[in-house]
Design a protein around this ligand. Structure first.
Ligand SMILES: [Zn+2]
Length: 382
């Protein structure tokens, strides 16, 4: 396996004249800079510099404009792939994924406590050393792409992105199934048909609930073979064996999409996955949710990489609970991000879990209902 590179994360400045209307003064604006073996930097850029770095008191030019044409410090396509492909990210494998038994055998309350401990170190912070990626809005790469598209593309190709809403759920355990119908009925009442990602080993006793979802226009996705969080770390042939074992479920529910358990993702996983599904939801735009470390594709619209369409998850609805927020605070927590996504044409891709310790309880369902009301108001009835 290739050694992970030391990422250089730069805070960026953009000439105020070129800021889009969705620029948020108080939100983070960072961009990972590719190392020379990905693409060597240009030493000087012609014309007027409109985006530059503001890290370590150095002001490296990143994008300039000369006679209406943009110039980039790095080869644009290489830079784009480096960022959305998260090549800058350092993924660590938590010890519990090496346990000889499935970690769900550890009692739920204890597991929840361990998860909170692990994710508390990834809490959003304004401290410089922990500022990247900003959460819930990290706008650096969005700004970069915005100015690049504006000058690099012919006018007929610069139509603004349209914000789409996708409600997704990951059903991790049997305990979650009890709350599926109630949650889906709430969404249907607001005009939303959602995506339910289930583990390949789901017992057939739960098929009636899944059948009910499909009958009501919802779709079923795959949430790994099981939830031991090992999938992304396996060799390609082992990943393939696990996904092959999911074939009967994939066929039964015409499954086209996937989200990796606990957001663990790797190039090896995505390469094999493209033979089984067409859409992946395992990336987040700004990721403080994966126990393997922070990251994110820093992009809020669907994109295709190596034959797989990635739809970044932008609203991990429950995660602020890990950082001390209450269910009652969640709608206000997410409102600025939803407004920002709507303004920049980013996807409003929501994730929740129906397990009782996450969203399968009265308080959270109430918070979720208020959130749906906000979303329905944005888009009108669907
Ligand atoms: Zn899960």
């Amino acid at each position: 396996m290739a050694q992970p590179r030391i990422p250089h994360i730069a805070s960026i400045e953009i000439d105020p004249a070129y800021r889009p209307e969705w620029f948020v003064e108080s939100a983070g604006a960072h961009v990972p800079l590719p190392p020379p073996d990905v693409t060597p930097p240009r030493t000087d850029l012609p014309g007027t510099v409109i985006v530059w770095t503001d890290s370590n008191h150095s002001h490296l030019p990143l994008i300039s404009i000369e006679q209406g044409k943009p110039h980039s410090r790095y080869d644009w396509t290489s830079w784009w792939q480096f960022v959305v492909g998260e090549q800058y990210r350092r993924l660590s494998r938590p010890l519990y994924t090496r346990l000889p038994f499935h970690y769900h055998r550890i009692p739920g309350a204890l597991r929840n406590m361990a998860a909170r401990l692990m994710l508390s170190s990834q809490a959003p912070s304004t401290q410089l050393s922990n500022a990247f990626p900003a959460f819930p809005i990290e706008q650096g790469f969005e700004l970069l792409v915005h100015v690049w598209r504006r000058f690099a593309l012919p006018p007929d190709q610069t139509t603004p992105f349209t914000s789409e809403t996708v409600l997704t759920h990951d059903v991790d355990t049997s305990a979650g199934y009890r709350w599926v119908k109630q949650t889906a009925e709430l969404e249907l009442a607001y005009g939303f048909q959602s995506v339910w990602n289930v583990v390949g080993q789901v017992p057939s006793t739960h098929f009636p609930v899944l059948d009910w979802l499909v009958d009501h226009g919802c779709s079923i996705g795959l949430h790994g073979y099981n939830h031991d969080n090992k999938l992304a770390f396996l060799a390609p042939e082992q990943i393939r064996r696990r996904l092959d074992a999911c074939r009967p479920l994939i066929e039964r529910y015409d499954i086209r999409c996937f989200r990796s358990p606990s957001w663990f993702r790797s190039d090896a996983l995505f390469k094999v996955l493209a033979d089984y599904v067409t859409v992946d939801y395992s990336r987040l735009d700004t990721d403080r949710s994966c126990p393997g470390g922070v990251g994110g594709c820093l992009w809020t619209k669907p994109f295709t990489l190596n034959g797989l369409t990635h739809v970044p998850t932008t609203v991990p609805f429950e995660d602020p609970l890990y950082w001390g927020h209450t269910p009652e605070q969640l709608v206000d927590f997410w409102r600025p991000k939803v407004d920002w996504l709507h303004a920049c044409g980013g996807g409003i891709v929501v994730n929740t879990h129906p397990e009782p310790q996450f969203s399968g309880n009265a308080r959270m369902l109430d918070a979720y209902a208020r959130f749906l009301e906000l979303l329905a108001g944005l888009h009108g009835s669907r």
